[in-house]
Ligand binder design. Structure first.
Ligand code: F0G
Length: 454
């Protein structure tokens, strides 16, 4: 049966159409760092799927109904009811975005020297663990290491390794499963893996928490790929997933399709009480947590819309289409394709560039110069080890470029434009120059570094 997006466009926004000469000037002025570009210089923005989605008419309408009362706003109760129905957690706190939930939870849960174990910590999540003196340990499953492996659940945590860490000498404060696994190529976690990880954590008496930023997209892939779930709705899968855990942190800028918002929800009243104090001290009173009533209404509505199977199917199809266009142009991406992004294998395309010349960064840069397409490198520039002179001494395991697809924003012809631009580059990849760092700050390097072509 033919399928398509289950919505049409009511409001549009112009996007800048620029010349290559303009982009060359803009990028040089930005120190070749796409984070320094102004949006007015970007034609198709695939830097992030976070906070970049299009609101629905119902979300806008809900926003107008926002109650801006300081304490006990009507909008808080709507938020609370929607989150409670979805997750089953009795304690639900709004926060301004995902990393605020991480900071509050880890501050309440983690003592210096303790460990947080995950399939893969997102970078802010890792930073929040480390800032508190903890250690973030990633235990991705074996299949995740092979980018070309079509295994359906490469977001899974390695269960044997998890059991070994929990049985070992390290003091583990929390087990955190990221669904879908953004740091691991946007790959989903199976329900079987969630169940097994939950039971291992429970056996060791360690809280089991979800990083549920893309819970609906994970649920969609479970309905498509996991035996036994083919007749479930994504909403049923999501409800079951939340109920396996003791709580969640979530950036609602992804699967609540809002521009700003986050969630911390918990089962344990004592832990919730500790978090509530931190919330009030640093985010806002427990019934708004750094958000306006308008935001709370819009994200509650978004949480209801996001599990619509027709929406998820259309979104997954759009992302797969980008991967197919890339493949047809001779550019491999991490397999199997997930939902929120395509991770291009730049290392394989730009074989003439060693990791020290940052092939992922070079491909991302070329996409901008050739077509005004902005995207993020996930390779040695982001993850590699540098010496004091800024030379790469420890390359990242892969040189990837993430094309993150904003929700409900770009049409099929926009995506075809991305594919065509990529195809132009792939015709003659050896023309793409490498890059050298001219400025590399010690912390949060990729946001602030500057480079030049060599
Ligand atoms: N966890 C995951 C899995 C994420 O992908 C993100 C953000 C966060 C936590 C932090 O949430 O941004 O609301 O504070 N990911 C964005 C991205 C930034 O582009 O992947 P936040």
């Amino acid at each position: 049966m033919p399928t398509m997006e289950p919505y049409r466009i009511k409001v549009v926004e112009p996007i800048p159409i620029t010349t290559r000469a303009h982009r060359e000037r803009a990028l040089a002025a930005a120190g070749y760092n796409p984070f320094n570009l102004a949006a007015t210089d970007v034609t198709i923005d695939l830097l992030s799927d976070s906070g970049t989605g299009a609101l629905s008419a119902e979300q806008q309408a809900a926003g107008l109904r926002g109650d801006e009362t300081y304490a006990g706003a009507r909008s808080y109760y709507r938020f609370h009811d929607v989150v409670h129905d979805l997750t089953g957690y009795p304690h639900a706190f709004p926060v301004h975005q995902g990393r605020a939930a991480e900071r509050i939870l880890f501050t309440a849960l983690l003592k210096p020297g303790q460990v947080s174990v995950s399939n893969t910590h997102f970078d802010t999540t890792r930073a929040n663990v480390e800032i508190l003196g903890g250690q973030a340990v990633d235990l991705p499953c074996q299949a995740a290491k092979d980018l070309d492996d079509d295994a359906p659940f490469k977001g899974d945590i390695d269960l044997d390794a998890l059991d070994a860490v929990l049985s070992g000498p390290q003091d583990v404060a929390v087990v955190l499963l990221t669904i879908t696994n953004n740091g691991g190529g946007g790959q989903p976690v199976s329900m079987a893996n969630l169940k097994a990880a939950a039971s291992i954590a429970r056996r060791h008496g360690v809280p089991f928490i979800l990083d549920a930023a893309r819970f609906a997209e994970n649920a969609w892939l479970v309905t498509q790929r996991e035996p036994g779930y083919e007749h479930h709705t994504p909403r049923q899968v999501a409800e079951e997933a939340f109920r396996l855990a003791d709580g969640c942190v979530a950036s609602l800028k992804k699967d609540a399709i809002v521009h700003m918002g986050g969630l911390l929800a918990l089962r344990d009243p004592e832990l919730a009480a500790k978090c509530e104090l931190l919330l009030i001290a640093t985010e806002g009173f427990r019934t708004y947590g750094g958000l306006s009533g308008r935001d709370l209404e819009m994200l509650a509505q978004g949480l209801l819309e996001v599990t619509d199977p027709e929406y998820l199917r259309a979104r997954a199809d759009a992302t797969s289409y980008v991967a197919e266009l890339a493949q047809a142009a001779g550019v491999d991406s991490v397999r199997p394709t997930g939902v929120h992004a395509v991770y291009l294998n730049a290392g394989r395309l730009l074989r003439h560039l060693p990791p020290s010349r940052f092939p992922g960064f070079a491909l991302a840069t070329e996409l901008y110069l050739a077509g005004g397409i902005r995207c993020a490198e996930l390779g040695s520039l982001y993850l590699g080890g540098l010496d004091d002179a800024g030379e790469l001494v420890k390359p990242a395991p892969y040189e990837l470029v993430r094309l993150a697809i904003p929700r409900r924003v770009y049409t099929q012809s926009h995506l075809e434009y991305v594919g065509e631009t990529l195809a132009e580059i792939a015709k003659d990849p050896e023309r793409v120059p490498g890059y050298r760092l001219t400025y590399a700050p010690k912390l949060l390097r990729h946001f602030n570094c500057r480079l030049e072509p060599v």
